[in-house]
Design a protein around this ligand. Structure first.
Ligand code: R5P
Length: 299
């Protein structure tokens, strides 16, 4: 095939994806200099010349290191005369800073995406970006791949005729996508985050969840605060069971314990990160087939 794949050091499934796409892997040599700076080199740059290059890397953990490594790889691929570059970032970090919330802030999500574009990533594919609006910078060459339908499909082995719930209005796009696919009811909670303290308050809207199973769908679980609060509210309002799904399970510090204490029955996560937690409460789904499907369309 006319395409090669290069895996960033933070992404564990590059070779598997290349096999699925039936394309060659071009190796990247990495090292860190004694002062901590990074070095990379494409081991066989001739294999890239005049071919399409897929670069795949994810941005958690080590968001900042992954960012610089990805830009370095884009530049190296460009200088090796690739015909065009397709960048796949399953978890695109910093996308939550998608606007100026408090005066004096940058829009970091925009910085990340503009930089990828500046370094000649023609296409940008990502999974369930926090703010799809950010991808507008990429126009028709940017693709936000939703996997909430796959997460909900998995959840259906734990719940019966559930209501799908977004923990805030901003999360409705992914909830609606899955609800329409499976013909399920859906709704959202009203969340407010104090931008100084980070504290979350949630309004228990008038949703009748009494005796019902619930599947909460979010993009990211970080501290677990959002999910724990939403789950508690829904259980207090009489829900029978709460299953939580998220595309990106960062689950930092004591997030898992917080969610467990809130009474959640199961957490279902996609494998978008280089970070896994082995715990009976958590189940992972494999989204590589979805990435393969989407990328195949442009190869
Ligand atoms: C925020 O709007 C996001 O969609 C997530 O709900 C949020 O980032 C989750 O963070 P945490 O787990 O720290 O509450």
């Amino acid at each position: 095939m006319d395409t090669v794949l290069i895996t960033g050091s933070n992404y564990p499934y590059g070779e598997e994806l290349a096999k699925m796409l039936n394309i060659e892997v071009v190796k990247l040599y990495h090292k860190n200099f004694p002062d901590g700076e990074k070095y990379i080199r494409i081991e066989n740059p001739d294999k890239i010349k005049n071919r399409k290059a897929i670069i795949i890397n994810t941005m958690y953990p080590s968001q900042n290191e992954s960012f610089i490594e990805t830009i370095m790889t884009l530049d190296a691929v460009d200088k090796a005369d690739a015909r065009e570059t397709i960048l796949i970032i399953p978890y695109l970090a910093y996308a939550r800073q998608d606007k100026i919330f408090l005066p004096g802030e940058p829009i970091t999500g925009e910085i990340i995406i503009k930089t990828f574009r500046q370094f000649n990533a023609k296409y940008l594919f990502t999974i369930d970006i926090h703010s799809p609006r950010l991808l507008e910078i990429y126009g028709e060459y940017g693709k936000n791949i939703l996997v909430s339908d796959m997460l909900v499909e998995k959840s259906l082995s734990y719940v019966n005729n559930p209501i799908l719930i977004a923990p805030d209005k901003g999360a409705l796009n992914r909830v609606k996508y899955a609800a329409e696919k499976y013909g399920l009811e859906y709704d959202y909670l009203e969340k407010y985050r104090n931008r100084i303290t980070g504290e979350i308050t949630m309004k228990p809207k008038e949703i009748d969840v009494n005796g019902r199973d619930i599947v909460i769908i979010d993009d990211i679980i970080s501290t677990g605060g959002t999910i724990a609060k939403a789950s508690k509210i829904l259980l207090e309002k009489g829900a029978d069971k709460v299953v939580v799904t998220a595309s990106h399970g960062l689950l930092i510090e004591n997030a898992l314990e917080r969610i467990r204490e809130a009474g959640v029955y199961k957490i279902i996560l996609a494998n978008t990160l280089n970070h896994f937690i082995h715990d009976p409460l958590i189940a992972y789904i494999d989204i590589l087939p979805r990435i393969k499907e989407e990328v195949s369309e442009i190869l």
